[in-house]
Ligand binder design. Structure first.
Ligand code: HEC
Length: 444
């Protein structure tokens, strides 16, 4: 607990991450899958000497480069900003473990940008072979950057045999790395086909649509198979606590249903596109299909993130930003003793002394409640808004004080998505005083 906490009403701070990260993933996956589809399309057009197709693909490449690079860069940096502010401990831990990975990712990213620009801006000036090569270099580097990032995000869910003493590769090649690379590669091909479907529906002639839609559908169907194989592998390596979350949490169950429904609908559309050509694809249908693809990605990302509780980084950092290894010390000395910002806050706002901070249970009731509130912010507010997402007020409404005390004492048994109580006895009493106050509707 080396950092202050950012309280976001109604949503909780970590829920800001998907607001930025999911739009990023939707476009970033287009950046990866679109690379393969464009390189393949250009190769096909050169092979058959199709000027009309090359002209269309140039128009598509312009849309592609603008959207993926501008939007990708803005939201990509946005992710750093949000994770840095909402979960500083985990961000710092990831930077420490993966510093070599980020550096590699940066080099690959430069290659990606340079080849994408060369592919589009030197369209007429490169010889066909060079132009095709540039397309494939772009596709390969974009995919490599997907694989690098996936190693890091997969690590948060499955740390596998990694320990703080082991090296980069133990963290990177974690159990869910390969399944997630397969899922994301497949997802990229599928979502790219849907994005390109929208562009085709607006900008390509009927004849060209008939030729190109079966081509992109074939890539997308191959992508669906990767998702299937990766999905099976993913559920096989999912830790027990994560699997339990998916079954128990109503929101995650809804996400699973949405995910399957949307994926199957997209698969049917690709099948149709493959068999019947693309003449039938008009803008409203293409946009609807893209939206269905977006639902599939959004629900998939929610599942991946939601399943991680009670950890930010599996078996290493708990969701309130507390290292698992620190838990016994916190349970003995107290959360306040190990949280410099919390101490500062309580000293400055309430004028409490060292001694009073060590034993808040002995404070007079109103002060005890205020300390309890601060503890709530540090220990609970990452997962519970007061009202709103996982709202604490409605959750505890029907409970008696004894039940509340018991729930906090055995927090991880009350619901396995929660960490154990990470403070000492006196702090627990203060927190319960606050919760009872909250339940009675009073503001402390
Ligand atoms: C890692 C995230 C996380 C943290 C941290 C967390 N909780 Fe929870 N808590 C949950 C989830 C998820 C649920 C299940 C909500 C549901 O069933 O709708 C839950 C449920 C509860 C419930 C209701 C239990 C039940 O079975 O109905 C209580 C009470 C509760 N939490 C109290 C707390 C308190 C107090 C803290 C801080 C000391 C805390 N939680 C910290 C995630 C968390």
């Amino acid at each position: 607990m080396e950092y202050p906490v950012w309280v976001v009403p109604f949503l909780t701070a970590p829920m800001l991450i998907p607001l930025v990260a999911i739009p990023h993933v939707i476009v970033a996956q287009f950046a990866v899958g679109g690379g393969f589809l464009l390189a393949d399309g250009v190769a096909w057009a050169y092979r058959h000497n199709r000027r009309d197709a090359l002209d269309y693909l140039r128009d598509l490449a312009r849309f592609f480069v603008l959207l993926t690079i501008v939007f990708g860069a803005i939201t990509g940096v946005g992710i750093w900003w949000t994770i840095g502010l909402t979960s500083p401990e985990s961000t710092s831990a990831l930077i420490h473990v993966f510093v070599f990975g980020w550096a590699t990712e940066w080099v690959v990213f430069v290659l990606e940008i340079v080849s994408a620009f060369a592919f589009y801006y030197l369209w007429d000036r490169l010889r066909p072979r060079e132009h095709m090569a540039m397309g494939w270099i772009y596709a390969a580097s974009a995919w490599l950057s997907l694989a690098l990032i996936t190693g890091i995000t997969a690590f948060m869910l499955t740390t596998g045999r990694w320990t703080p003493e082991s090296n980069f590769f133990a963290a990177f090649f974690n159990p869910s790395f390969l399944p997630q690379v397969l899922i994301r590669t497949g997802g990229s091909l599928a979502i790219a086909a849907l994005w390109i479907g929208v562009h085709l529906s607006f900008r390509a002639s009927e004849g060209l649509r008939d030729e190109l839609v079966p081509r992109i559908s074939r890539w997308a169907i191959a992508g669906m198979f990767l998702i299937l194989i990766g999905g099976i592998g993913y559920f096989a390596v999912l830790p027990d606590h994560a699997r339990l979350n998916v079954i128990r949490a109503p929101l995650l169950l809804i996400m699973t249903a949405l995910n399957f429904g949307a994926t199957l609908t997209a698969l049917a559309a690709f099948g149709l596109g493959y068999l019947r050509g693309g003449r039938w694809i008009n803008p409203p249908e293409a946009i609807l299909m893209l939206l269905i693809g977006i639902v599939a990605i959004t629900s998939g990302e929610f599942l991946r993130e939601g399943a991680r509780k009670p950890y930010r980084i599996e078996r290493y950092i708990f969701s309130p930003g507390i290292r698992v290894a620190e838990a016994p010390r916190l349970q003995q000395d107290g959360l306040i003793a190990h949280s410099p910002w919390l101490q500062l806050y309580l000293r400055e706002t309430m004028g409490l002394s060292e001694e009073e901070l060590r034993d808040p249970a002995r404070l007079p009731e109103p002060q005890k409640v205020r300390v309890g509130e601060a503890l709530y912010v540090y220990h609970c507010s990452a997962c519970h808004a007061l009202d709103g997402y996982n709202g604490m007020r409605p959750l505890i409404q029907p409970w008696t004080p004894e039940m509340l005390a018991d729930a906090v004492r055995h927090l991880h048994r009350t619901n396995p998505a929660m960490p154990p109580w990470l403070g000492n006895e006196a702090e627990r009493e203060a927190l319960i005083a606050y919760l009872i106050r909250l339940q009675q509707g009073g503001e402390p």
